[in-house]
Design a protein around this ligand. Structure first.
Ligand code: ADP
Length: 295
């Protein structure tokens, strides 16, 4: 069972011929909205891979709260993971032009109001893995990770969107998964193993840096770095690829696979997600992942 310190965001975007200028109103060609948020994506991706999911997600008391409930129901995730706060449900608004160029702003809303008190000790105690992203505040992550570590339960942190990592959270992180941007913000240079060893001394036993179409690099204490190539695929969009990767890695380890094998499955999850539109419908099932890896 995986416990997710979650986040939920409704991502809305319009397709336009070109990005608008300040003060301008444009005619859009299409409107799409998709339930997401990094925490929701992690939970959904891991659920598709067969993991049983527990967690806590804060939503608001606006009309998008109902979108959250139907997204959880539609995904087969239990709605008792939702807690309600007064205010806005997380939502983002974006523009995508014909060339695929985009701009997006996300209001995390209720996600910012998740507190340490929302983390249920009994639920953490039942988990084999606890995962979090930086769409959640430090307090509930620190609480969940401290409880997990005191019980010997593994933790995975994806510090995205990037902000400095509280040293207590880092100390309680078993697996840190970062992309290029987050790695740079942490002073982690994939070409300089010393920078990874410094991070490994501050807490995590495993640090993974994902490099998009260039794959990923894994660092472990006192071991040489190990590279995982990306699977060559016809990319549609890479939305959710990082979330699929983290979920694939965690589920692989939960299944008792060695790090190298979990990494191959993580990269396969990222690749499958990148060759499908959006995130919600893009995350592979366990059967799809098995077929992809056997091919
Ligand atoms: P994020 O979305 O968090 O920035 P990345 O872009 O690094 O993360 O992607 C995460 C993982 O997904 C990569 O390590 C890779 O395995 C896979 N992936 C991402 N983009 C591609 C791509 N264009 N082709 C194949 N695999 C990809």
């Amino acid at each position: 069972q995986i416990f997710v310190v979650g986040s939920f965001v409704v991502a809305c975007s319009v397709k336009v011929a070109r990005l608008p200028r300040a003060g301008e109103s444009l005619d859009a060609q299409d409107f799409v909205s998709e339930p997401g948020g990094k925490g929701f994506n992690l939970a959904l991706a891991a659920h598709r891979l067969g993991a049983s999911i527990e967690g806590v997600f804060a939503i608001g008391d606006d009309p998008f709260a109902a979108v959250a409930v139907s997204a959880f129901e539609g995904a087969g995730l239990a709605t008792d993971m939702l807690v309600t706060r007064s205010g806005s449900t997380g939502a983002g608004v974006g523009f995508v032009d014909q060339a695929g160029e985009n701009c997006l702003a996300v209001n995390l809303g209720a996600n910012r109001l998740l507190g340490a008190g929302d983390v249920d000790r009994a639920r953490i105690a039942r988990a084999d893995f606890v995962m979090a992203t930086f769409e959640s505040p430090d307090a509930p992550i620190a609480e969940a990770f401290a409880q997990a570590r005191s019980r010997g339960i593994r933790t995975l942190l994806n510090p995205s969107p990037s902000r400095p990592i509280d040293p207590r959270i880092l100390a309680d992180t078993a697996i840190l998964v970062v992309n290029r941007v987050e790695a740079a913000d942490l002073g982690l240079d994939v070409a300089d193993a010393g920078t990874a060893q410094a991070l490994l001394r501050a807490g995590p036993a495993i640090v993974v840096v994902t490099l998009g179409e260039e794959g990923a690099v894994v660092f472990q204490r006192d071991e040489t770095a190990c590279r995982q190539a990306a699977f060559p695929v016809a990319v549609i969009d890479t939305i959710g690829a990082g979330d699929a990767f983290s979920a694939g890695f965690a589920v692989g380890l939960l299944e008792g696979r060695p790090v190298g094998e979990a990494l191959v499955r993580a990269a396969a999850c990222g690749a499958i997600t990148a060759c499908r539109f959006g995130a919600f419908d893009a995350f592979p099932t366990k059967a799809e992942l098995d077929r992809f890896c056997d091919a």
